[in-house]
Design a protein around this ligand. Structure first.
Ligand SMILES: [Zn+2]
Ligand SMILES: [Zn+2]
Length: 298
């Protein structure tokens, strides 16, 4: 039985700011028909694309959810390395970047920051000017932000905390099938609005032992995210064919260890009994008539 589909979502990085080698920074690859989209570019996104043998130059657009650094530190790597002539890169046209307000200033500042590299490579390696150009589109409300070759991407606002604005999630529709990626958010009705009845709902989550909740900075982090019980409620209300976690925030201190994946499942099961997958880096979801999970095989 083949599990390959013309609509696939692959988790490139399922982590957080923690520099874990097994969970890279947040980044998700969406492949639908001929389109290849990257949602966020956290730490190591280029390494995951390399493992998948997807040349950076093949990405049609980079979509950003918000401007926390764990979601954006991979951008300069993706942008600059993707410009090289080698087989893993080869971008010859402008990099299309789509994000909430802030994307333009970020990309302009990156161009300034890396001006020396850009100048050197144009003079020395004769790399095409167009390949390092960017085409940046910003939005400030819910709506369709990308539509090409039958693929439609809709941005929707989420709630990542009062000081962390803008923050958005994305819904991808292709050929009667759909996937939603929550972005970083607390429990939010907009995820339910855009996620109801989708084939695949990928949601962020944060979990912590009660003892650690005494610490103010931990309380602050938890207040920006969704607990497993809350995520379970979202899944129960939206009823996706498959619910999956990414951006797994396992909080810990030097005294109090993190909860485990098993704890995460147990807590989610208090509010949700349906299909659930705990995301891992390079886990792929083939969205066909049903949603099939594939683990990476080198
Ligand atoms: Zn994050
Ligand atoms: Zn964030």
């Amino acid at each position: 039985m083949t599990s390959s589909s013309d609509f696939r979502v692959t988790l490139l990085g399922t982590g957080t700011p923690i520099p874990r080698p097994d969970r890279f920074g947040p980044s998700t690859l969406v492949e639908a028909g001929d389109e290849k989209l990257l949602i966020d570019a956290g730490r190591g996104a280029t390494m995951r694309l390399y493992q998948l043998k997807v040349p950076m130059g093949r990405i049609d657009a980079l979509l950003l959810t918000h401007y926390h650094s764990d979601h954006t530190v991979g951008i300069p790597d993706f942008w600059l390395t993707g410009w090289l002539t080698s087989f893993y890169a080869r971008r010859t046209g402008p990099l299309r970047v789509i994000g909430p307000v802030g994307a333009k200033s970020l990309m302009t500042a990156l161009r300034d920051a890396y001006a020396a590299d850009i100048k050197i490579r144009i003079e020395d390696e004769k790399l095409p000017l167009q390949g390092i150009a960017t085409s940046v589109e910003e939005f400030d409300q819910d709506g369709v932000v990308y539509e090409r070759n039958g693929v439609k991407v809709t941005a929707f606002e989420v709630d990542h905390g009062d000081a962390i604005k803008p923050a958005y999630g994305y819904r991808i529709d292709y050929d009667g099938r759909s996937a939603v990626i929550s972005g970083d958010t607390r429990y939010n009705e907009n995820v339910i609005k855009y996620g109801t009845g989708v084939d695949l709902l990928i949601h962020e989550v944060a979990c912590v032992r009660p003892a650690l909740m005494q610490e103010v900075h931990i309380q602050r982090i938890v207040a920006h995210h969704t607990t497993p019980r809350e995520a379970g409620l979202i899944f129960a209300r939206t009823k996706p064919k498959l619910a999956a976690y990414t951006h797994l925030v396992f909080l810990a201190s030097d005294r109090i260890p993190a909860l485990t994946v098993d704890d995460l499942v147990t807590q989610t099961r208090q509010t949700y009994a349906g299909p659930l997958e705990i995301g891992e880096d390079l886990m792929a979801f083939e969205i066909g008539h049903t949603v099939t999970v594939r683990r990476f095989q080198p």
